[in-house]
Each structure stands twice: as structure tokens, then as C-alpha cells.
Design a binder for this molecule. Structure first.
Ligand SMILES: O=C(O)CCC(=O)C(=O)O
Ligand SMILES: [Fe+2]
Length: 236
């Protein structure tokens, strides 16, 4: 199993902005981590927590989606996942919406993976994911080529909640590697989750685990999502 973690530097394209260094976490697929703590507005974490407490809606993910890999890599059990949809995030956390559409878009375009655009689908563009203690997020692949994921909470050692990546068993059956990322509030991941299956290990601490996934798509290609995915995630 390979665990190589070369370091690379990445420079946002926007002129005049302070440089944020990015660490490439793995060679098996594109993934970088940036320390975004100094670039988020004061009180950002409280705002994300309050938004999640007020607006989350619960669903049970049980492995039925075409993007799910739970049957191949996990158990059959379904777990509760809370989601705040993009419409609410856009209205309640306007700084986050602006960050997504400007600065994070620049970062996505600087990855060397293509030219991207924010999602035209308001509901799935930016979500807040909520995992209560005891829950986990099922194995799946993403349908969009770049995801920016902001960690909203810390998961100190021993409290579970790591985000784990493995080669997609459907498209990369011969590869064997694993990458586990420990969440730190204010860290930002940029990754291509289409062929890197990922899941969240069970949350063992006493508090909820929060993340903010933000979806980018290839410019001009529109929103490419499987028909069943929105019904699966949002229940309609
Ligand atoms: O919440 C996480 O850490 C992962 C979420 C994710 O992979 C997704 O929303 O597609
Ligand atoms: Fe994902």
C-alpha cells in the first residue's frame, strides 16, 4: 500500500492576495490541503455551527445511489447524515458563497486539472454536512471533478471522523492505497473525488462533525450529476 506524500506549492491566480501554501497529500489522485484559518472571517465557525443547528435536514444513506461504494467497501448499515442545502447556505452564509465563487474557484483553476465553474444547481453547490456522534458517512465517489471541502470542526486524535480515501473499486480495481485525513477546523481540501472513493470513519467524540463540501464542474459542461443523486441526498 503506497502512502507517499510529496509536498508541492500552489499559488492562487488572483493578484495581490497573500500566498497560501498547499500540501499535496497523495500521489494516487489529485488532493491538496490548505490552512485556511487566517483567511476566514472572524466568527466563521460559530456561524457554520449555528447554521447547521438551525437548518439541517436528516437523511439515511443506505448504499443505493449509483455513486455509493458502501456495498463494496463498507457495511450495509445506514447512518444518519444531516445536510444544510445550498439555497440556505447561500442566504445565511454569504461570505462562504462569495469565497466559493471567487477565491476557491481560482484555486480550483490553479490545480492544473482543467477550467472549472461553480455549480449552476443552487441546492447542491455548497452544503453543510453534519455527522452526529456515532454516525459515519458512507463510501462513495463524487460526480463532480473538483470538490473543495472546508472542515468546520476539529476531530482530535482518538475521536474518529477521519476522511478516508481509497481507489474506486469499480474504476481502479487493481490499485491498493489508503489516505486518512484528520479534520482540523479551517483546513481546506481540494480534490478530485471521482475515482477516489471516500468515507468518514465513525465519529467517536461527544460533538457533531461538520464539513462544508463545495462542488465545481468543468466550465461549459453544466452540472453533471446522476439522476438519482439528489433524491438520495435530499430525499426528493
Ligand atoms: O463530510 C465529509 O468529510 C465528506 C463529504 C463528501 O465526501 C461529500 O459530501 O461528497
Ligand atoms: Fe464526496
Amino acid at each position: 500500500m503506497s502512502t507517499a506524500s510529496p509536498r508541492t506549492e500552489h499559488r492562487p491566480t488572483s493578484a495581490g492576495r497573500p500566498h497560501v501554501s498547499a500540501e499535496r497529500l497523495h500521489t494516487g489522485f489529485p488532493i491538496v490541503r490548505l490552512d485556511y484559518r487566517g483567511r476566514l472571517p472572524a466568527g466563521w465557525q460559530r456561524q457554520v455551527v449555528d447554521c447547521a443547528e438551525t437548518y439541517r435536514e436528516w437523511s439515511l444513506l443506505g448504499g443505493e445511489s449509483v455513486t455509493s461504494r458502501q456495498r463494496q467497501l463498507g457495511s450495509a448499515a445506514s447512518c444518519p447524515v444531516g445536510v444544510v442545502t445550498g439555497k440556505v447556505v447561500g442566504a445565511e452564509l454569504s461570505w462562504l458563497d462569495a469565497l466559493y465563487r471567487e477565491e476557491l474557484l481560482d484555486l480550483a483553476n490553479g490545480l492544473g486539472l482543467g477550467t472549472f465553474e461553480p455549480s449552476a444547481d443552487e441546492r447542491s453547490a455548497i452544503n453543510v454536512n453534519v455527522l452526529p456522534p456515532g454516525s459515519e458517512y458512507e463510501w462513495h465517489v463524487d460526480s463532480n471533478p473538483v470538490t473543495a471541502l472546508l472542515f468546520g470542526t476539529d476531530q482530535p486524535a482518538g475521536t474518529g471522523g477521519e476522511l478516508v480515501f481509497r481507489p474506486d473499486p469499480v474504476t481502479r480495481p487493481t490499485e491498493d492505497w489508503e489516505l486518512a485525513v484528520v479534520p482540523r477546523a479551517g483546513d481546506l481540501l481540494l480534490f478530485d473525488g471521482r475515482e477516489a472513493a471516500h468515507s468518514v470513519r465513525p465519529v467517536r467524540g461527544a460533538t457533531e462533525r461538520l464539513t462544508v463540501p463545495m462542488n465545481f464542474y468543468f466550465a461549459g459542461a453544466g452540472v453533471t450529476r446522476p439522476d438519482d443523486l439528489d433524491r438520495y441526498l435530499y430525499g426528493e
